[in-house]
Design a binder for this molecule. Structure first.
Ligand code: AMP
Length: 280
């Protein structure tokens, strides 16, 4: 595996491979890699000639300083995992390579998406996501970009970003299903910060989402949301939201004839966990 730390060098490498007719898949991450990340790498490897993974904890997408400071870092283990998975390239830039002094930030028009759910509870988060994704794409120019369904709203925001970036050659977005632990907990780098006791409780999120799916046609949507919230609170979660929304727009669901997804964000102690489940 080749490790690049400098943007210009990675750009030159990518350009050369692209001109040679090779197809590039790109998997952006913030590290502390787990099987969820590796499933994106594996998908890219089967569909492309070259797979590039980036590890960069993007400061501009953290609305909470403590969360940024405490974000887990397991770089040596990450490199080992990427090599075992057969990843071709790791981009592990210092912050000044992503945001050089000449970098000019801009405002992305994300519409309503920016102000609901994650956007509401994490102001500025999606602007930061767009900023880093656009910058990484401009360095790499991949053919395919891989994201996880675990971050459902992020996938929609990046889809919008790709529409906004019309002047760049088209990049296909591939969304990969959420990988879970055996007990249902969605794999997440932040799970590393859970205490043993919190880790025991954490799968309640998935069981709550599954309960919504099971009862979709036996209870009203409002009742399902209320019961889900109560169940999480009973299990010591502090809930930001648990909502049943339209899977195409994220607007509150009106009926079960729409494509629906249940989305949740809740704290265990100071660790914020998110998850979602497609309902129909
Ligand atoms: P992160 O390192 O958390 O920024 O995640 C990097 C990419 O991996 C994002 O596209 C995530 O949606 C994806 N990802 C994170 N956790 C999972 C998971 N459990 N299953 C599948 N993809 C995931």
């Amino acid at each position: 595996m080749i490790i690049f730390k400098l943007s210009d060098q990675l750009s030159a490498y990518c350009e050369k491979e692209r001109k040679a007719g090779l197809k590039i898949g790109f998997v952006p991450t913030m590290g502390a890699l787990h099987q969820g990340h590796l499933s994106l790498i594996e998908a890219s490897m089967t569909q492309n000639d070259i797979t590039i993974c980036s590890i960069f904890i993007n400061p501009t997408q953290f609305n909470n300083k403590e969360d940024f400071k405490n974000y887990p870092v397991t770089l040596e283990q990450d490199i080992e995992r990427l090599i075992s998975a057969g990843c071709d390239v790791l981009f592990q830039p210092p912050v000044e390579e992503v945001y050089p002094t000449a970098f000019v930030s801009k405002e992305y028009n994300l519409g309503q998406m920016e102000h609901i759910l994650e956007g509401f509870y994490r102001p500025g988060h999606f602007q930061g996501v767009c900023q880093v994704v656009e910058r990484l794409l401009s360095i790499i120019h991949p053919h395919v970009l891989y994201l996880g369904q675990k971050d459902f709203q992020q996938c929609m925001v990046v889809k919008r970003l790709l529409e906004l970036m019309q002047d760049t050659p088209s990049i296909r977005l591939e969304v990969i299903p959420t990988v879970r632990e055996a007990d249902g907990l969605a794999m997440s780098s932040r799970n590393l910060r859970l205490t043993e006791a919190q880790r025991q409780i954490a799968p309640v999120i998935y069981h709550t989402l599954s309960g919504i799916k099971q009862n979709l046609h036996t209870k009203s949507l409002v009742q399902l949301e209320e019961e889900a919230k109560e169940n999480l609170q009973k299990n010591t979660f502090v809930v930001d939201y648990v909502s049943i929304v339209n899977a195409n727009t994220l607007a509150p669901a009106q009926s079960t004839t729409e494509p629906l997804v249940a989305v949740v964000a809740a704290f265990l102690g100071d660790i914020r966990l998110i998850d979602n489940l497609i309902l129909n």
